[in-house]
Design a protein around this ligand. Sequence first.
Ligand code: IMP
Length: 430
Amino acid sequence: MKGNIAIIGAQWGDEGKGKIVDFLTNKDTNYVVRYQGGHNAGHTLVVNEKKIVLHVLPSGILHDNVTAVIANGVVLSPVHFINEIEMLQKHNYDVRNRIIISQSCHLIFCYHIAMDIARENQYGKYSIGTTKCGIGPAYEDKIARRGLRVGDLRDWDFFSRRLEDNVNYYNHQLINFYHVSGVNYKSIINEMILIKDVLIKISDDTSKILEDAKYNNKLIIFEGAQGTLLDIDHGIYPYVTSSNSVSGGICTGCGIGPSNITNVLGVFKSYSTRVGSGPFPTEVFGDLDAYFCNKGNEFGSTTGRRRRTGWLDTVLLKKSVQLNSFSKLCLTKLDVLDDLEDIKICIGYRYNNSDFKYDRIPFCHKDWKMIEPVYETLHGWQENTVGITNFNDLPVLAKKFIFRIEKILGVFINIISTGPNRNDTIIRSI
Ligand code: IMP
């Protein structure tokens, strides 16, 4: 693939982007960039039989020629960040000299996490089902212009004063409104005293670095977190995350223009999953759900929660193609369908039991409840595809499934993942 690549989740996250970023990162890749979200993401990589889960560091960091960039659109938990670096050290990956953080990254503190938990508990059965990492409250602070950024650590007086104001502000809400314990200013400050020099040392103007990369012909991979349907503007609101997970988020989240993105690769699974609450038209239950969950190992890598599972929904995928301008697609977890006699693809919705099939996405809660998926059923191939690396070696019916999706979406599927290992991958063309 020539030029810079954006790798974006086309569904609700957990499409296997981490493996694809790791796979596409090669000796010519200079930067791998995270530009939105925070440690709510969970990217699982299997390298030499070793499983490594990354939350805030970009997946390409396991390649030692790569510099990892955490750009301005990310919300960064300093404590989590340091723990992740230490985790990698234990796996013999020394990454400390290969990370640059934007000075404009907003910081996540324990009061954001306390607020996230308190709100979710208060909403009860109407909760969003967040990862409770404090992501929403940290982005709220950014928009409310009371957030603290990595660069603020350079002015310790300002930082400590603003932090104290914020602690007071949140403790008032936590104690008086949510009736839970507040947080302790002193312990946050003490924690930050230990971490601040590391953060200051590796922080820089990442927008400028990425712009310079363009003129020096350096290659960049932009690694999306979460998925398109969780986008704050275009996802199924309010059951979304608090950042722009669509490809457009790269520009604001990195401080670069759209011409810096050459290829937009959408990653989607051969079926659907989501964690947390909210509409899921093709959701399945019972034995089929157990099948997807066990065979696809559908447990959240950030929270350990069992994911909800369902059939592939091409109505939502088509919207995702449009929102992101996908120029290429990658289909993951094809092998999870191996044992199924029949495979369903949702090709439209029927509204309120009518005969009319339409392919629009509902806007309001009421409409989501009124729709029912319309399926097309294909024969399953019922053969093992795990580890296949050549497209021609796939069973005929598996190829038929792939061609059918391409036809519906109007985009070529360039990459197919047939297992969790780096090499369980078919490249048709890139
Ligand atoms: P938050 O991002 O923790 O605020 O959670 C908001 C919604 O996004 C919840 O439904 C989460 O389960 C979901 N979510 C956040 N991060 C991920 C992810 O990396 N994969 C899948 N779902 C996610």
